[in-house]
Design a protein around this ligand. Structure first.
Ligand code: ZN
Length: 683
């Protein structure tokens, strides 16, 4: 592992800024820590609220991520209050946390890491704790102590597995204090602790010990095929794509109930892992460090190799999930503390020979974290394989960690779920106007959104902007709704990105104006193709995915005021939209038994941001209403009961309501969003 340290960038930094700097260097190396794992500290002197110099420990707050750490992630605790605890032999977690809270130099900071005392008790100014891949490859082994000695030399201490907390801190502190020549300690089945007189020394020791471990593993692995070599061969890329499109929605329904994300990783390394001889010998044993159990549960579900036939493979995956659930129930019953309620018995990841790695998460971000942790486990297991006998902590300890209140606290820090959290929506015509307003509103309320538009560039631009502020909850797909193949590709994109589909906003539409006796038949055909056939094709594919998931669904069809109250010289538009409305009603009839609700929103006269109104249409409508193009918005507003201009955001609010559980008992309804047009009252 290469050091990222540069004296130039570190020069002149305060102790706290150096800590932030070093933490980021460590966090940048994914082979050291990922997603909130590991922690760092410095012992320094800072003024208290009255200006008195006070010895403090700056320690990472619980759950903060080293890679993006800032100074506020490191609360200051009074060292002179922490250090006397070393005299105790044991301390309850709750007491320890309460005690630590009272040591804070300033109120209101983040809760300090559960490993705070570990940092306090080691008598060195700078301390770093990581879960380095190469170290974990050495210590998940029955002979870990001897292997560590052989690989890393004798200036490193060894502490047997103890759950993080007071006892681990006490043990590590005692080892460090009794052996002043040590530079680091290995925690069995858990990770590495280094320290130094300077920030640089502590950091470089982490890098040096990891590099030594890597070199040792390289020597052991020399000439051997990773994980025992390949056992089977993956399906072809095309076959994997077809199978994923068929299986992921089913799996998403089973694993998340339609409230979460399912991702497939079929990268070459992931495929090599699931098709290796060594898979069953290592992967089902447990995570490389106990921290991972919070995101991944104790082990993956491992299926038999898939065949490429969706219905046979569905059975294969069902079996793997059922076997996992039975194993988890046994594990919980045997090891869980009395009075604890069992989490839902569903695996967080599946290893599927010939197809790849499948992970779940409550949203795209969580699924991404799970995938990163699965990747770390794959790397550790590959590195450790030639040593043989990969052995993580016993299930008893794993279960204790999984249901440990202090670790669950990290999970509780997350903001409460928004209304559409974990949902997946497809919006057609999403690059502008009503579609874009709906896509934005859905993302804001927690949904994952596929923005489909014939204008692929526009959809991509809007999706990227939304993804950047939502943890990747938006993607784009180029879709002409009249092109069946393009519609299928769009649904496949939704499945590959998020695992399925719960919500559809069928919005893509086109306006063609002109008196019927002079209307170009091609304009009529275009209006019918987009507004009627397009709506049908999109709904057809969406409903197939929803049925495969088996968790219901909700569809909002954007109609128009022109269906109940048509206007002259708008025949192609009104008739094609009426066909779309009639289709929606039939869809409501057919979807009911499957929990799929279908409702219609009838907007009118949305001008801002809309592409519906081409220059010809605007001129045509102005002529039909004996006004000018510039006066059209005011004309439409003036003829409404409320005398107000209607916007895409107004329509999006109605769509959100109809898609939400608040409208759980409503289907086949029409909701006008037109400022009030008496002639268009639904009846
Ligand atoms: Zn740790």
């Amino acid at each position: 592992m290469t050091s990222r340290w540069q004296d130039r960038t570190a020069r002149g930094l305060s102790d706290l800024d150096l800590l932030v700097h070093r933490s980021r260097l460590i966090g940048a190396e994914r082979a050291l820590v990922v997603h909130g794992g590991g922690n760092t500290s410095v012992k320094t002197t800072e003024p208290d609220h009255r200006g008195r110099p006070t010895r403090v420990l700056r320690i990472k707050g619980s759950g903060a991520d080293l890679a993006s750490a800032t100074a506020k992630d490191f609360p200051a605790l009074r060292l002179d209050d922490l250090l006397p605890l070393f005299g105790r032999t044991d301390m309850d977690d709750a007491d320890m946390v309460a005690y630590q809270d009272r040591c804070a130099l300033a109120p209101g900071g983040p809760r300090p890491s559960i490993e705070t005392l570990l940092h306090a008790f080691v008598p060195a100014p700078h301390v770093d704790h990581t879960h380095a891949d190469a170290i974990l490859a050495l210590v998940n082994h029955p002979a870990s102590r001897a292997i560590v000695r052989r690989a890393l030399g004798d200036r490193i201490g060894f502490v047997p597995y103890v759950r993080p907390g007071f006892r681990l801190a006490r043990l590590a502190g005692a080892v460090a204090r009794a052996n002043p020549g040590l530079e680091a300690i290995v925690f069995d089945r858990h990770g590495l602790l280094t320290w130094g007189a300077t920030a640089k020394e502590s950091y470089l020791r982490t890098i040096r010990y990891v590099t030594r471990a890597e070199a040792f593993l390289r020597r052991t692995n020399r000439g051997r095929a990773p994980l025992g070599g390949p056992l089977g061969r993956p399906l072809s890329r095309a076959a994997r794509g077809t199978l994923a499109a068929a299986l992921l929605p089913r799996l998403r329904g089973i694993l998340t109930g339609g409230r979460g994300i399912v991702l497939l990783d079929d990268s070459p390394v992931a495929l090599a892992w699931v098709d290796s001889r060594g898979l069953n010998a290592v992967a089902a044993r447990g995570p490389a460090t106990p921290d991972h159990v919070l995101h991944l549960k104790p082990w993956p579900a491992i299926s038999a190799p898939v065949t490429g036939d969706p219905s046979r493979d569905a059975t294969i995956l069902n079996r793997a999930v059922a076997a996992w659930a039975a194993r988890y129930a046994r594990y919980f019953k045997t090891h869980a503390p009395a009075g604890q309620t069992m989490d839902p018995a569903v695996p967080r990841f599946l290893l599927v020979p010939r197809l790849g790695v499948i992970v779940t998460g409550k949203d795209r971000r969580a699924a991404g974290i799970a995938l990163d942790l699965v990747t770390r486990n794959r790397v550790v297991q590959s590195l450790a394989f030639p040593l043989g006998a990969y052995t993580p902590i016993p299930e008893r300890d794993l279960c204790e960690f999984e249901y440990w209140p202090n670790e669950r606290y990290k999970l509780s820090l997350r903001a409460p779920d928004r209304e559409f959290a974990g949902r997946v929506a497809l919006v057609t015509g999403a690059a502008s106007g009503i579609g874009l307003a709906c896509a934005r509103a859905l993302v804001r309320e927690g949904a994952h959104v596929v923005l489909a538009d014939r204008d692929g560039v526009g959809a991509e631009r809007e999706a990227r902007a939304l993804a950047a502020t939502s943890g990747g909850r938006a993607i784009a797909t180029t879709m002409d709704v009249t092109d069946h193949a393009a519609v299928r590709r769009g649904l496949d994109a939704a499945i590959r990105a998020f695992g399925g589909l719960d919500l559809l906003v069928s919005n893509a539409g086109i306006a063609k104006a002109g008196p019927l006796d002079t209307l170009d038949p091609r304009d009529w055909d275009t209006a019918m193709a987009v507004n009627a056939t397009g709506g049908f094709l999109v709904a057809r594919e969406a409903v197939r995915v929803m049925k495969a998931q088996g968790t219901g669904g909700a569809i909002a069809v954007i109609g128009t005021k022109n269906v109940p109250a048509p206007g002259a010289e708008f025949g192609a538009y009104s008739a094609s939209k009426a066909a779309g409305t009639q289709l929606a009603k039939v869809l409501a009839l057919e979807g009911g038994p499957f929990g799929i609700r279908v409702n219609i929103v009838n907007p009118d006269a949305i001008f801002a941001g809309s592409k519906l109104w081409s220059k010809e249409v605007l001129t045509g409508r102005a002529r039909a209403h004996h006004t000018t193009v510039g006066q059209l918005p005011a004309f439409y507003a003036a003829r409404t009961l409320l005398r107000r201009t209607v916007t895409g955001d107004d329509v999006a609010q109605a769509v959100l309501f109809l898609l939400s559980e608040r409208a759980a008992k409503t289907t086949g309804a029409q909701l006008p969003v037109d400022g009030g047009v008496a002639a268009a009252f639904p009846r």
